[in-house]
Design a protein around this ligand. Sequence first.
Ligand code: NDP
Length: 424
Amino acid sequence: MKAIHKFYQKSWQERLAILAQSQLLSDDEIKLFQVNGHQAELFDSLIENYVTDYSLPQGLATNYVIDGHEYLIPMVTEEPSVVAASSNGAGLVKRAGGFQSHITERLMVGQVVLEKVAEPAKLKATILAQEADFLACANEAHPSIVKRGGGARFLEVRILSESEGLLSLDLAVDVQEAMGANMLNTMLEALAQKIRQELGQEVLMAILSNYAVHSLVTVTCEIEPKLLAKGELSGEEVAQKIALASHVAQLDPSRAATHNKGIMNGIDAVVLASGNDWRAIEAGAHAYASRDGQYRGLSQWNYQDGKLHGSLTLPMPVGSVGGSIGVIPLVKTNHQLLQIKDAKQLATVIVAVGLGQNLAALKALVTDGIQKGHMHLQLKTLAVKVGATQSEVTSLVAQMEKAGKRDENSARQLLAQIRESRGN
Ligand code: NDP
C-alpha cells in the first residue's frame, strides 16, 4: 500500500478515487462507501478524512416510567438483545411504580496539572488564597456561560506526588446545558497561562476530567417479589438471587466487569442516540466503579423488608446542547422524541436505562440463563449473515430453533432446504 499524502486535503470523491486506485477495495466495495454517503457534506465537515456514513440500527425502548413520566427511549446498538431486554426490565419496574431519580449537583471539573513544584504544600496554600482571582480568570475566558447563569464555582488543589512535585488544580464549573468539555478546556488554558505568568510555575497540561463526580445521578426502584416469579422459582427466590448476584459483582472484578458491561449496553445506546460522547461516559463510569481502589459493580440490588431495592449511581455529564447535538438531524429528532426539558432530565433517563438493562440481565442470569432470551435474536442475525432474505428469516429461525442448531453451517443447510421446498 502506497502512503497517501494529505488525504485530509482531498475532496470526498478524490478520497474514494484514491481508495479505488489502492486496490484494497473492489469497485463494489467503493460503491458501498459512495451509496452510504447520505450525509457526506455534513459529515465531511464534522471529522477529518471522511469516506462514508456508518449506520447502526436504532430502536425504541418502551415501558420506561421515570419520576412519573413515561418515555419512548431511542437506543442505537448493534447488539440484538439490548432493546428487547431493556424494555423488559423497564416493564417490570413500571408495574412496580417506575424509577425515581435524584441529582444534587451538576458541575464539570477540569485539571491544570503543575510539574516541578518545589514546595507543593506552599503552592497549594498560595493558589487557594487566590481562589476568587482564579475563578474570575476562568469566567473571563468564557464569559457567555456566566451570562447563561453558569460559570466557575470553586477550586480544589490536590498534591499528586510530594516527592515528584506534581500538583493538580481542579476547577469546578457550572456548564448549564452543555457537556462542557470545550468550555472547560478554554477556561483551564487561561488558568494555565496565569499560573505560568504570575506564579512562574511549569504547567504540564490543562484538560477536562472525565471523572465527573460532581455530576452524579442516582436512580432507584423498588419491586414487589411477586412480579419476579419465574417458572419453578418464587418471586422471593428470584429477588434473593438477584441481590446475591449484585453482591458477587461487589466482591469480584471478573464479574463486576460483565455486570457493568450489561449496564453500559443500555447507557451507551442512549448516549449515542442523544448525540453525546459515549467514550466520556464510559471512562467516567469505569473510574467511578473503582473509586475505593477495587473495581466493583456499579448498581446495587438488596432484598429488604419484602422488596427488591435497586439503585444505580453514575457520573452522567451529558449535554442537551453542544457537540454533535445541534448538528446531526437524527440527534435533534431523538431529543424531540425523548421530550426532555434539560440535560439533567436526559441524564436521569440514561441512568434509568442502565438500571432497567441491569435488572433484565440479572433476572435472566439467575433464572433461565442469558442464552434463552438472546438466542432467538442471535439466530435472526445468523439468518441474515447466511443470506436469508427478509421473507426467509422467520422460517429459518423457526427451523433452527426446532432443530436446536445455532451454527453457520446448519443455518446454510436449513436455508437451502427452505428454498428447495419453496421451489426456488
Ligand atoms: P461545545 O463546544 O459545542 O459547547 C457548547 C456550547 O453551547 C457552549 O459553549 C455555548 O456557547 C453553547 N450553548 C448554547 N446554549 C447553552 C446552554 N443553555 N448552556 C450551555 N451552553 C450553551 O460543546 P461542549 O463544550 O459541551 O463540549 C462537548 C464536546 O467536546 C463533545 O463533542 C466532546 O466529544 C468533546 N470533547 C470531549 C473531551 C473529553 O471528554 N475529555 C475533550 C475534548 C472535547 P456560547 O455560550 O458561546 O453560545
